[in-house]
Design a protein around this ligand. Structure first.
Ligand SMILES: NC(=O)c1ccc[n+]([C@@H]2O[C@H](COP(=O)([O-])OP(=O)(O)OC[C@H]3O[C@@H](n4cnc5c(N)ncnc54)[C@H](OP(=O)(O)O)[C@@H]3O)[C@@H](O)[C@H]2O)c1
Length: 278
């Protein structure tokens, strides 16, 4: 049960929020409020529906309201990157922000998606990514964050995407640890990541032909609704280790919590709030 400090909601409460459109489905309020309660911090976190096109205005409102932290979700990640006072190196490379922190009244844009993914596979699958051969399916926002972090941590990353031009752009951003590959590269991969939306709907086609999963790779799907996509089911039926995207969501929130409060995130309490066992 969530137990808040007695004075929560008073003038000394630090407030953080998530902005998105839509935002009603967001698990972030559960994750962050569980973390604040677990450490007895006088903080509170709310979800705010901010219509598309008003992300920059929300940053000005953050200053006026004195919010201490902001999570940013679709469709505001790019607009917010242009509206903050400065960007972390990662957010600058990606051009998108999923978190804003306050440093001496300046608003700093961060991106915690890649580190969230890395922490998730390390802690939930015991994977060390140095020298790992990875294939990422997709080249959109999630693929970009994950590819950059994996390459910065020593993995060699193949990008397999429907539109080759986007894959090339991603490889240009990530640098020499990455390359554009076709589906066949999955045969040789040690880690395969689905970063496309294929699998969210029951009648979606598979993102790859599952017979390519020949080298006993670990398979991660960034989708977490449904908890088990057809790709994960196929991989499991072949005896492969699998993971969905809920862990990435959890750990990226943990990193945001760390940036805002300076405290070690209470990951177990956060995981419990969304029903994951880690
Ligand atoms: N677990 C987490 O914390 C987390 C965080 C972020 C995202 N996600 C999930 O990751 C997935 C991707 O999100 P995103 O924000 O990266 O989306 P995005 O920016 O729209 O990118 C989607 C990518 O998937 C490809 N794609 C889309 N439809 C396809 C199809 N029918 N066939 C083949 N490829 C297709 C696109 O290829 P083209 O370039 O050809 O269009 C693009 O590369 C979503 O399922 C999202 O829910 C999870």
């Amino acid at each position: 049960m969530l137990v808040l400090p007695e004075n929560t909601g008073g003038p000394n409460t630090s407030v953080a929020a998530v902005i998105g459109d839509p935002v009603s489905h967001s698990l972030s309020p559960r994750l962050h409020n569980a973390a604040f309660a677990a450490l007895g911090l006088n903080w509170s976190y709310v979800a705010c529906h901010v219509p598309k096109g008003q992300g920059a205005q929300a940053i000005e409102d953050m200053r006026t309201l004195g919010l201490r932290g902001l999570s940013v979700t679709m469709p505001h990640k790019g607009e917010v990157a242009l509206a903050v006072d400065a960007l972390s190196d990662t957010a600058k490379k990606l051009g998108v922000v999923n978190c804003v922190r306050v440093e001496e009244e300046r608003l700093i844009g961060e991106n915690t998606d890649g580190i969230g993914f890395l922490d998730s596979v390390k802690s939930q699958m015991g994977i060390e990514v140095d020298d790992l051969r990875v294939v990422i399916l997709g080249a959109g926002g999630a693929a970009r964050s994950v590819a950059l972090t994996l390459a910065e941590n020593g993995a060699s990353v193949g990008i397999c995407n429907r539109t080759e031009e986007s894959a090339l752009e991603l490889v240009e951003m990530v640098g020499k640890a990455s390359s554009v590959v076709d589906e066949d590269a999955v045969k040789d991969a040690e880690l395969v990541i689905n970063a496309t939306p294929l699998g969210m709907n029951a009648n979606d086609p598979m993102p790859i032909d599952p017979s390519l999963l020949q080298n006993d790779p670990c398979v991660v799907d960034l989708i977490y609704k449904p908890a088990k996509t057809a790709l994960l089911e196929e991989a499991e039926s072949r005896g492969l280790e699998t993971l969905n995207g809920l862990g990435m969501l959890l750990y990226q929130a943990g990193e945001q919590f760390r940036l805002w409060t300076g405290e070690e995130p209470p990951i177990n309490a956060m995981a419990e709030s969304v029903g994951i066992s880690i």
